[in-house]
Design a protein around this ligand. Structure first.
Ligand SMILES: Cc1cc2nc3c(=O)[nH]c(=O)nc-3n(C[C@H](O)[C@H](O)[C@H](O)COP(=O)(O)OP(=O)(O)OC[C@H]3O[C@@H](n4cnc5c(N)ncnc54)[C@H](O)[C@@H]3O)c2cc1C
Length: 438
């Protein structure tokens, strides 16, 4: 197995680790940035490629890019991107602070291409992470294994690989080609014939289900669409300006310091700001589509509320869903060519992180205020987690809102951890070797 060594390995080339790469270049020491590597499993940098439809919009301001809330003068800002690609006038004239998702995606690609010290490797899927120990058993770093059989060792590890898609267990009996989770929507639908006919189910009542329902009308125009949800109906996101203040990066300190019951209250009351809701504009557009469908007597689009999928089997190349009406308890069966799941993400940390915690003998995955994984042992190595700390850092943790300041927090923590490691080395020479890899 071919092994390489870097000082810092960042897994995932999404907004979180791109923000980190920029912070390393702008705030870190030159040698740290030059010995840092970001690995991304896709062949290209894209933002949420599963639902990257041309009409889909970001739900946060373009000012929440990878740098502006940390340093509005950074050359990596979204505005500088627009200026560089010659679209600044048009964007200003558009008069919207929430760009199309494809524009954010283009911006992130430009950020990745503009890095001058931190290296980025595409098409590299990390399949395992193991702690690395010296002969005395001291934890001295990490070894990340990749799908091509190679590995990368590092003293610092930053995991920013997003969250694992949630597929409810009831769908486990369906073969992979009958089910599409929203994270794979675009690539999977691109492989289907537009002539496909029959019924397609969309499951879920939040934004990703709504976006798939909208997209399917174009992508599979000959299919009848049935939108299944357990809730009483669709609801819009809670987006008022008062509650939006709780997405300020400064709120992370307040949330982190709050008592457990206060954290629970805040997360519960903020739930609809990010989950179980749909953007108001999309709701209006979907309602209009459904109205026109009935008006023209086509009746090819249905929303079925309070419907629970209680079983799913496959017969004759179709998915057969057993539906229980939550109002009456009545059970019925319906056949579908395809089932599209807008069922969100697993709440627990991703499998990659949970397995690492097990290898470290940790009972739980918890991070410090500076996002450093809390270990049960002293170590000259450290691991940081991005985007999976909602329980301790608040609901904005998985969003763009806190990216830029969080990248600075992590960079500064690594710098001070390195200084400490070098001091420790001088005072207890031989305990470990704080090599600086170039
Ligand atoms: C459809 C959708 C729309 C959204 N819209 C918004 C929005 O408008 N505003 C907002 O603030 N938030 C939005 N979000 C939330 C979203 O999580 C954040 O915007 C942001 O993408 C989080 O960045 P991240 O880098 O933590 O994770 P991700 O964006 O998920 O990036 C993780 C990266 O890691 C890569 N990766 C994963 N596993 C591996 C591996 N094993 N090896 C190598 N690479 C790996 C992935 O390919 C991906 O590129 C949206 C989420 C979704 C699903």
């Amino acid at each position: 197995m071919k092994n390489r060594e870097v000082e810092l390995l960042a897994i995932g080339g999404g907004p979180a680790n791109l923000a980190l790469a920029v912070a390393l270049e702008e705030l870190g020491s030159t040698d740290l940035a030059a010995s840092s590597l970001v690995v991304e499993r896709s062949q290209t940098i894209q933002w949420q490629q599963g639902l990257l439809m041309p009409w889909a919009k970001s739900q946060v301001s373009f000012l929440k890019d990878v740098v502006t809330l940390r340093d509005p003068r950074s050359r990596f800002s979204f505005l500088n991107y627009l200026h560089t690609v010659g679209r600044l006038d048009d964007f200003v004239n558009l008069g919207s602070s929430t760009p199309h998702r494809i524009e954010i995606s283009g911006y992130l690609r430009w950020v990745a291409n503009s890095l001058s010290k931190v290296r980025l490797e595409l098409g590299r899927t990390c399949t395992s992470i193991e702690p690395r120990r010296d002969e005395r058993g001291t934890l001295i770093g990490w070894v990340a294994g990749f799908d091509d059989g190679t590995s990368v060792s590092s003293r610092y590890l930053v995991i920013g690989a997003g969250r694992d898609p949630y597929v409810p267990p009831v769908f486990a009996g369906l073969s992979a080609d009958r089910v599409i989770h929203s994270t794979l929507y675009r690539s999977r639908v691109a492989g289907l014939s537009r002539e496909l006919a029959g019924q397609v189910a969309v499951v879920g009542s939040a934004e990703s289900a709504a976006e798939m329902f909208q997209a399917l009308q174009e992508d599979l125009p000959n299919c009848d669409l049935v939108w299944l949800m357990r809730s009483i109906g669709l609801k819009k996101y809670d987006t008022n300006k008062f509650v939006n203040e709780l997405f300020y990066p400064s709120f992370v300190d307040e949330f982190f310091a709050a008592r457990p019951e206060a954290r629970a209250q805040i997360l519960a009351e903020m739930h609809r700001t990010n989950y179980s809701g749909v953007a108001a504009g999309l709701l209006d557009s979907l309602y209009c589509d459904l109205y026109l469908d009935r008006l023209t007597s086509r009746n090819r689009k249905r929303v079925v509320t309070m419907a629970e999928v209680t079983a799913a089997t496959e017969q004759g190349g179709q998915a057969v869903l057993e539906l229980t009406d939550r109002r009456t308890g009545a059970v019925s069966e319906q056949r579908f060519e395809l089932v599209c799941l807008g069922t969100g993400f697993v709440r627990e940390p991703p499998a990659l992180i949970r397995k690492l915690a097990t290898s470290l003998g940790l009972d739980q995955v918890a991070v410090s205020r500076q996002y450093r994984l809390i270990l049960d042992e002293p170590s000259p190595a450290a691991c940081y987690l991005q985007g999976v700390n909602e329980a301790t850092h608040g609901i904005a943790d998985s969003l763009l809102s806190v990216l830029a300041p969080r990248a600075a927090d992590i960079t500064q923590d690594i710098l001070s951890h390195r200084r400490q490691a070098i001091d420790d080395h001088h005072s207890a020479a031989g305990r470990f070797e704080p090599e600086i890899h170039r």
